[in-house]
Design a protein around this ligand. Structure first.
Ligand SMILES: NC(=O)c1ccc[n+]([C@@H]2O[C@H](COP(=O)([O-])OP(=O)(O)OC[C@H]3O[C@@H](n4cnc5c(N)ncnc54)[C@H](OP(=O)(O)O)[C@@H]3O)[C@@H](O)[C@H]2O)c1
Length: 302
């Protein structure tokens, strides 16, 4: 019997790569990876491992014949975000192609939860896409990933000052928030969904590798690396713009970053319905993530 075909949108993203890797490693599925750069080294490495690589520009062709699709929406700045439209377009194309099961990477509806008090459209748009998908004639399941550990290495970089590493973090020093490594947590969860679809009909799976405060993150970093480090507050507007003055060029982005973290602190990253009782099995915590990456405070790309 032919193995089911899973198309992975955003296959080159951190989440997408994780899904492609897990599906290929499992061996129970055929994999079709969508990317805007099918000739890239990464894409060609998937071909060598048996995946099909297609252009993300033609969704009808990309989803043709697929039994399931994994959908994620790429990061988009708030003043020009097409996220909701993009997500709906991908879902519509999947249904039109006859796909049986959509797995979408979603987040909470901040607008609804805070009655419009906090501005985080990249959360709310994903929740609206999930609502849209639920109304389509297709089986659907969702993953909801915690804050990425990688944010501190890609977007909110530490800086050296007098032989000390200052680590600006977008949360209050003693506030424990959910974090995860998107590269290792997404794939196994999505693989399990595609393997046992009947158990995940309409289900949202929260993914968390650690529930940790900035103070604990910095202490763990110093303990592992021997590098003296201190937390710096990037939770307030003043702190954020002091450490990342470049964000000031986009006021709406500043409002969104502040809205997102205030939301997480005041309302909880996960709604009561989605808040997980446990850490995701086998997920990396902060310490394991630091050990795996060997990160010492430099800018990194994932
Ligand atoms: N950072 C967090 O804490 C966090 C937590 C939960 C959820 N999220 C969500 O996760 C998503 C980002 O996932 P990720 O970090 O895995 O993605 P990523 O690593 O930044 O990769 C984004 C990928 O999207 C593809 N893409 C397609 N159209 C694009 C466009 N117009 N602009 C940029 N990239 C485009 C690109 O692949 P090709 O070039 O191959 O097409 C790119 O590799 C965002 O929607 C974010 O809101 C983030």
């Amino acid at each position: 019997m032919t193995q089911p075909l899973i198309a992975v949108a955003g296959a080159a993203s951190k989440q997408g790569r994780s899904v492609v890797d897990s599906l290929l490693a499992d061996g129970g599925f055929r994999v079709r990876a969508l990317t805007r750069s099918p000739q890239s080294e990464l894409a060609q490495s998937w071909v060598k491992r048996g995946a099909e690589v297609v252009s993300a520009d033609d969704l009808a062709a990309a989803f043709h014949g697929a039994n399931g699709v994994f959908l994620m929406t790429p990061p988009t700045p708030p003043n020009n975000s097409q996220e909701y439209a993009t997500g709906c377009l991908m879902a519509d194309a999947a249904v039109a192609a006859g796909v049986r099961h959509i797995v979408f990477s979603t987040l909470e509806n901040v607008d609804e939860r805070t009655k419009g008090m906090k501005f985080a459209p990249h959360f709310t748009d994903k929740a609206r896409i999930a609502d849209y998908i639920r109304r389509l004639p297709v089986q659907s399941s969702f993953v909801m990933i915690a804050f990425f550990f990688t944010n501190l290495m890609e977007y909110y970089l530490p800086r050296w000052e007098n032989d000390k590493l200052l680590i600006p973090i977008y949360l209050p020093e003693d506030f424990r928030a959910p974090f995860a490594d998107p590269l290792s947590i997404t794939g196994p969860a999505v693989l399990d969904i595609f393997k046992r679809p009947q158990d995940y009909d309409g289900v949202t799976v929260p993914l968390v590798g650690d529930w940790i405060s900035p103070r604990e993150m910095v202490e763990t970093f110093t303990r592992l690396t021997g590098i003296p480090a201190e937390y710096r507050n990037a939770y307030t507007r003043e702190g954020l713009l002091h450490y990342f003055p470049e964000f000031a060029a986009n006021e709406l982005l500043v409002q969104e970053l502040l809205g997102m973290v205030q939301y997480a602190v005041e309302y909880g990253y996960f709604s009561p319905a989605n808040r997980p009782e446990h850490i995701t099995p086998d997920a990396l915590n902060w310490e394991a993530f630091l050990r795996r990456t060997g990160w010492k405070g430099e800018k990194a790309e994932f």
